[in-house]
Design a protein around this ligand. Structure first.
Ligand SMILES: NC(=O)c1ccc[n+]([C@@H]2O[C@H](COP(=O)([O-])OP(=O)(O)OC[C@H]3O[C@@H](n4cnc5c(N)ncnc54)[C@H](O)[C@@H]3O)[C@@H](O)[C@H]2O)c1
Length: 314
């Protein structure tokens, strides 16, 4: 509580934030930092829905790869969306690609952007360094958002002087397909910032939900403990992996069983998130590590990304 109060006082006393947050921002120009799996998807969807996008990453090579990936993904979208009119499909791809510029220098391109969405490596120190620097160069009205899956948004926002214009904007993989966006509100995030991000998410054709800055937000908070409990059920020898998957598909109506889903999420990602929560709250039974999962990750058996699947693992 004392922490929240301290942050509140810091925010209110910091510059002209009250006036900056008085009006809802209509987001037209977006800067996406990180052109990997998530950042490329966010840039693609934003550009395809009429926004101008600046995509930033560390090297020109990464950006070229990212752009190539976006083009391939757009061609697939166009093939479906414009099945009857391939020429219109080509125009859609070209127009969308033309709306995306790239840069390797984030600080030099954020001066006139409405929103910065960060999708870089999942490391608090690196994210803090980035936002601290951008805070000096971005316009007063610019909203900062992080796509982090496992870090506290408040801890990232604290690197800046614009905590009222800082929120989580959590997309799901693959971004062009997945409809959900979680908008995360810290104790410092203004209601106008939340509303601006909800409007932006809708403009992307997504379905936004909002949540406080709690570990895992909504989806991962429910999903990761469920996946871990399936692993523990099997670890104790209570049921086979195949029977657990079948049970959840036929008994709970889930489209995939937990082990099939673990292959998609990645065993390393599941372990990483659980370990982070365990560090924060070691007594919570939902956040306990699993010896069998630790062993598989140590052997680099990670699911789809390493080309196998849980059913094959001993
Ligand atoms: N992968 C998922 O399923 C998923 C889902 C939701 C959220 N997230 C979150 O999204 C973020 C990115 O994840 P990802 O899977 O896209 O990672 P990724 O490794 O595919 O991409 C990260 C990109 O960021 C770039 N980068 C790193 N540091 C940078 C810096 N200082 N400046 C500019 N670019 C930098 C890297 O070169 C890389 O291209 C993470 O915070 C992750 O937790 C991931």
């Amino acid at each position: 509580m004392a922490f929240v109060t301290r942050q509140f006082v810091r925010s209110v006393s910091s510059s002209s934030t009250a006036s900056a947050s008085a009006k809802k921002i209509i987001i037209k120009h977006v800067t996406v930092i990180g052109g990997g799996l998530m950042g490329a998807g966010i840039a693609q969807v934003a550009a395809a829905t009429g926004h101008t996008v600046m995509l930033v990453d560390q090297t020109e090579d990464i950006l070229a790869k990212s752009r190539k990936g976006i083009e391939e993904s757009l061609r697939k979208v166009a093939k479906k969306k414009f099945a009857e009119n391939p020429k219109a499909g080509d125009e859609f791809v070209e127009k969308t690609l033309n709306s995306i510029s790239t840069s390797t220098d984030a600080a030099s391109v954020v001066h006139s952007t409405d929103l910065v969405v960060e999708a870089i490596v999942e490391n608090l120190k690196v994210k803090n360094e980035l936002f601290k620097r951008l805070d000096k160069f971005a316009s007063e009205h610019t909203i900062f958002a992080s796509n982090t899956s496992s870090l506290h948004i408040t801890d990232i926002a604290n690197a800046t002087t614009r905590q009222d214009r800082f929120a989580g904007l959590h997309f799901f993989n693959p971004v062009p397909m997945m409809k959900l966006v979680e908008v995360i509100k810290t104790p410092m995030t203004s209601q106008k910032t939340v509303e601006s991000l909800i409007d932006f998410s809708k403009a992307l054709g997504k379905h936004p939900v909002s949540c406080k800055d709690t570990p895992g937000f909504i989806v991962n908070r429910l999903l990761v403990p469920y996946l871990m409990e399936a692993i523990r059920l099997h670890e104790r020898g209570d049921a086979s992996k195949e029977d657990i998957d079948t049970a959840m598909k036929l008994g709970a109506g889930y489209p995939m069983g937990p082990f099939e889903l673990l292959d998609y999420v990645g065993l390393d990602t599941t372990k990483f998130i659980t370990d982070g929560w365990h560090e924060m709250d070691a007594k919570n039974p939902l956040f306990q590590p699993s010896p069998s999962l630790n062993k598989l990750v140590a052997e680099n058996k990670l699911g789809k990304k390493t080309g196998e699947g849980y059913y094959k693992y001993k």
